[in-house]
Every structure is written in C-alpha cells, then in structure tokens.
Write a protein that binds this ligand. Sequence first.
Ligand code: DHB
Ligand code: FE
Length: 279
Amino acid sequence: MAKIVGGIGSSHIPAIGVAMDKGLEDTPYWRDFFQSYVPLRKWFNEVDPDILIIFYNDHGLEMFLDKKPTFAVGTAPEYENADEGWGINPIPPVRGETELSWHIVNELVENDFDPTVCQEIKVDHGLTVPLTLMYPGKDYSKVKVIPICINCERHPMPKLSRSYAFGQQVGRAVESFGGDQKVVVMGTGGLSHQLDGERAGIINTDFDTECLDKMVSDPEALTKYSLEDIVELAGGQGVELNMWMAMRGCLTGKVTEGYRNLIAPISNTAAGIQLLIND
Ligand code: DHB
Ligand code: FE
C-alpha cells in the first residue's frame, strides 16, 4: 500500500520564488528563512518521496471570483505554471500522477466529497513556491505531484473542520492505493496575514504558535474557530490555514513533530514551517 510518510506545512509567498530566482537566499533579509529549510530538506531528501500531494489555493490564475470550486483535484499528466505578475520565472513542467489522482477523486466522490476534476490546470505560486523550496535548483523531475486546490479567495469557503475531514478522506484514499509508493503531503500558505484593506499587514504570532502546537497534538481543537474568527485573529488570508488542516487530516498515524519554525514578517506574512512525521 502507498504510505504517507509525513506532512509539511510551508509558506508560499511569491517573494520567496523571486528571491530564489535572484539568488538572494544568503542576504540578511532572507538568510534565516532559507536556513529554516535546511533541516526540513535533510529529512525530505532521506525520504525521497515518489509522490507529493500539495494542498494549495489558486489565487486567481485558473479560478477566480467568477468560477470557484471549493475543492479541486488535478488529474493531469503534467502541470505548467504561468506568469501571475509576481515576477516568478516559468519553472520546468511538473509531473503528474494520474492513477493516484483518479483514485483520490473516485474515493472522494464515493465518500460524499465532490471535488472539481481538473484534467488540465496551470499551477500558481501556492504550489510552485513550496515545491521549489523542497527542490532547490528545480530538480524535481523524478517526483510526481498531485495538486489539490481549496478555495481561500471567495466566500463561502470551506470551514476548517471540512478541510480537515477532506484531508482525512484523501489520506484514506492514498493508503488504499496499491503499490509501495512513499507519499509526502504538503499544506501551503498562511500563517497569519492580510494583503489588503484596512487591516493589511496584520500578523499574530501568538495565534500562529497555537496553530502550530495544535497541528501536532490536537488538530481538531482548531476546528472550534469559525472562518470569521480566523479572519479576526489571523487576517483575511489567514484562512489559508485550511490547507494545513487538509494536510494534517491526511496523517492518520502517530504524528510527531520533526521540525518547526515561524519567521515573521516575511513579505506581509508570518511564515510557518513545520514537519509532521507520520509513524
Ligand atoms: C503574500 C502571501 C501570500 O499567501 C500570497 O498568496 C501572496 C503574497 C505575501 O505575504 O506577500
Ligand atoms: Fe497565498
């Protein structure tokens, strides 16, 4: 059976992609941030996963306010990115994993989650930035990637409890997939941030730390927060916590924290980094 070896929570700030493109990793602004990925990559390289499932949000590249699936699963053999205006260079195409994608889709529908199926989709910074953080030099040609989008742009959005349950179902689907593939799941985005409006720039590292704590020991405790609470506590884009909840839902084993860091601010955001090992 395919095995989910662990989960990673990571920021997806576009400026990280620009910094990597420009070789700024060792400059004073970026050094601590990029150093944080060194221990994470050590574990990741040792695991050397066959498949990466990446929960991210499409910020408007493919799905904007006019059409917005709550959950969407990529089933394509290959994914490209595109210019979103952030100045991130095009990246080499990302390989898909069609068989497991379809298995996940079938299992989700069978169990009363009804995702949009994307046989063609371009992937935005929500996926490409964390992917390239794990593979510096964009050396990801061996791994197969399954993109899964969660709506974080337009209300109504899924509640944290729904994204967590969705992730649990994705996790069960993976573990019922024949084969001996090693799978790592990623939840991207967050933690606290708001990009526009009167409260633009809000960061709440106390709340972010509570989220990181609860991710390990009691993720269901976070489902007591409504999305209105999250906006209040962690800003309008703090709702990207949904992707972390889905990632955490996939981890059904004994979860131990392999690594964490919280660096704030990076761009407009408190950048959370966490490794959860699924024994
Ligand atoms: C930033 C953060 C995001 O999550 C995003 O999607 C875009 C920008 C930022 O902090 O700059
Ligand atoms: Fe974002």
